[in-house]
Each structure stands twice: as structure tokens, then as C-alpha cells.
Write a protein that binds this ligand. Structure first.
Ligand SMILES: [Fe+2]
Ligand SMILES: [Fe+2]
Length: 344
């Protein structure tokens, strides 16, 4: 038995995450249209806030998917469904009320997908739970949006059915529901809000921590199946991480971190890749499997220590926070590209 890189459970979660990204894009497109089509100031404002949240949450979703480490496409049925709803929303058959009702259903789907991914992650492993933690923000805000949309639907529905305005008090109740939910969700949202202002040290450290979790899980486990799954993820995470460092970070730090130290990091990663492939060729049940993983872990931990001490210090001393944030964006993009290629 040779280690395969993805197991079906991880792949299924990756597809669900991809579905969430597709639905999130559709939510954004809908809200942009609602803002154009709506002639009520209060409703338009409500959609505008929702759009801001949803655009930010698309960024959070992107970061989560890259951190999760597997780029996938939504399954065929989800893909078709998103397309069909998209066409319906663009067409003129549905009334504004019916479009908003459809939008609320999409929000519901998004909430359920988020919850489902959390439950599934608890079954699959600690590394998955760590990677998807930022989804909490998206889930809480989608729940809040759903409450708001129910209120909006009542307003629009009463008017569509009777031609009369709904009770004045209704809008106030919507606002109350929003405030109550934001109170509950507030702390979670600020805790893990938009990750776009992370600097390169934060992003690299996050990867190192995830790799550390995977090493620990392999050491702890006696189940060859589990070991194979964890190693497959470790292989992909270390490959994507080191590739992005070599493309983005090492060339950027070389002028001030020094030729010798930078070259050392390149050399260690070359050695790491050889070790990864050697282990990949072994059976996870073989006695030397864990031994070799342990050697790899020691090597990687040593490498990580160098990056987080002297390389990070050099970055702090030589890069502005804007430069460091820009490196983070490029680093995430390079990882995403590499992950996409790996899946092709
Ligand atoms: Fe590295
Ligand atoms: Fe690193």
C-alpha cells in the first residue's frame, strides 16, 4: 500500500467548501442586483450592508480553502443548481419578492453547508478543524443575514399579496432581531474577522502550526488508514507551503537576510522534498514509516525555528507592514495556484 495524497473524506469537504464559494459568489451577484432594482431606501441600505459582509466573507472563504489545502470544484449537482438559480435571478419571470425569497433559501443552504463542514471536520481530524476555524465568522453572519431576510420577505410579501404596506412595527422587529444576533456573534466576528490584513509572518506561522498538528496526529495514531490520511495532507501542505516560500518569500528576503542563510533554507527544503517522496513510497503500516516521519519532523522543526526566529526578525527590520501584507497576499496566491495544479 502506497500513500495516496487525498482521501475521500477530505476531498468531499473540499468540494463542499468549493460549493460554499460558488454560492457566496452568487449571493454577492444577487445583492448587487437587489441594490439596483430596489426602490426603498431602507431595504437598499440593508442589502448594501449585507453585500459588504458577503464580499468580506468571500475573502475569508478563500483563505480558509487555501489553508485547508485542497482546491476542488463543487460536485456536478451543486454546480448545476447554482447555474439554474443564477439564470432565474437574471431573468424577469420572478417578482422582486420571489427573488428575495430565493436568496433567503440560498442563505439557508450556506448556513447548513457551514455547519455541516464543521461537524464533518470534527470526525476527520484536528488539522481540518484548525484550518476551517475562520468559517465561524461566515456562519454567524449568514445566520444574521437569514434573520434579516425573513423580515425583508415579510415586508415585500405583504405588499405583493395585498398592495398594502406591512405594519410599521415590522421593520423595528427586524432591526431588533439583527441587534440580538450581532450581540451573540460580535465577539466571534471580531476575533476572526477579515484575514486580509495578516502579514507574511502570520500566514507562515499559521501553516507551520497546521503542519505541527499533522505531525502530532501521525505520531499519536496506530491506525494505518488514519496515518495515511494525515500523511497525505502533510505532504500536500508542506509541498504547497515550501513552493510558495520559494516563489515569493525567499527571493524577497535574500537581499537583507543574506545569501548564505537564504540558500540554507532552499537546501533544507530540497532535502525535505526528497524525504517526503521516500516516505510516500512506503506503506503506512511499515515500521520504518513512523521512524522516517519522525526524522522529517525533526528536520522540518529545525527549519521552522530558523524561519520564525532570524528570518522573521529580518523581515520585521527591513519590510514595512504594507510590504509584509503584500507578501502575505502573494504567498497565499502562490499556494492556491500550486494546490490547483496538484489537483489537476
Ligand atoms: Fe520553509
Ligand atoms: Fe516555512
Amino acid at each position: 500500500m502506497v500513500t495516496t495524497l487525498t482521501d475521500s473524506k477530505r476531498q468531499a469537504i473540499a468540494e463542499k467548501l468549493a460549493e460554499m464559494r460558488a454560492v457566496q459568489n452568487l449571493l454577492i451577484a444577487n445583492e448587487q442586483k437587489f441594490i439596483q432594482e430596489c426602490n426603498d431606501d431602507e431595504l437598499r441600505d440593508r442589502f448594501r450592508h449585507m453585500l459588504e459582509d458577503d464580499q468580506k466573507n468571500l475573502g475569508v472563504l478563500e483563505t480558509t480553502i487555501t489553508q485547508y489545502g485542497i482546491q476542488a470544484k463543487p460536485d456536478e449537482i451543486a454546480h448545476k443548481m447554482v447555474q439554474q438559480i443564477e439564470e432565474m435571478m437574471q431573468g424577469s419571470e420572478l417578482s422582486f419578492f420571489k427573488k428575495v425569497a430565493q436568496h433567503e433559501l440560498l442563505k439557508h443552504m450556506q448556513v447548513m453547508s457551514g455547519l455541516l463542514i464543521h461537524k464533518a471536520a470534527q470526525k476527520v481530524g484536528a488539522d481540518v478543524e484548525a484550518a476551517i476555524a475562520p468559517l465561524n465568522t461566515v456562519n454567524f453572519e449568514n445566520r444574521a443575514h437569514q434573520e434579516q431576510l425573513k423580515g425583508v420577505m415579510e415586508l415585500l410579501g405583504v405588499y405583493e399579496l395585498t398592495g398594502l404596506q406591512a405594519d410599521q412595527g415590522l421593520w423595528a422587529r427586524v432591526q431588533d432581531a439583527v441587534a440580538a444576533l450581532t450581540g451573540v456573534a460580535g465577539s466571534v466576528i471580531t476575533q476572526s474577522s477579515d484575514k486580509s490584513d495578516m502579514n507574511i509572518q502570520d500566514v507562515i506561522r499559521m501553516d507551520h502550526q497546521k503542519v505541527n498538528v499533522l505531525f502530532m496526529e501521525i505520531q499519536k495514531s496506530d491506525d494505518p488508514q488514519k496515518i495515511q490520511e494525515y500523511f497525505g495532507q502533510l505532504y500536500m501542505d508542506l509541498s504547497a507551503h515550501s513552493e510558495a516560500e520559494e516563489q515569493v518569500v525567499y527571493p524577497a528576503v535574500r537581499p537583507f537576510y543574506g545569501e548564505g542563510d537564504t540558500q540554507e533554507l532552499y537546501d533544507e527544503q530540497a532535502q525535505m522534498k526528497v524525504m517526503l517522496d521516500q516516505i510516500k513510497a512506503l506503506s503506512p503500516a511499515a515500521p520504518e514509516f513512523k521512524q522516517q516521519v519522525k526524522q522529517l519532523m525533526e528536520m522540518v522543526m529545525d527549519h521552522v525555528r530558523q524561519e520564525e526566529s532570524t528570518m522573521f526578525a529580518a523581515i520585521r527590520n527591513n519590510c514595512s507592514s504594507e510590504q509584509s501584507e503584500q507578501l502575505a497576499t502573494q504567498f497565499k496566491e502562490a499556494k492556491k495556484q500550486f494546490q490547483t495544479q496538484m489537483m489537476a
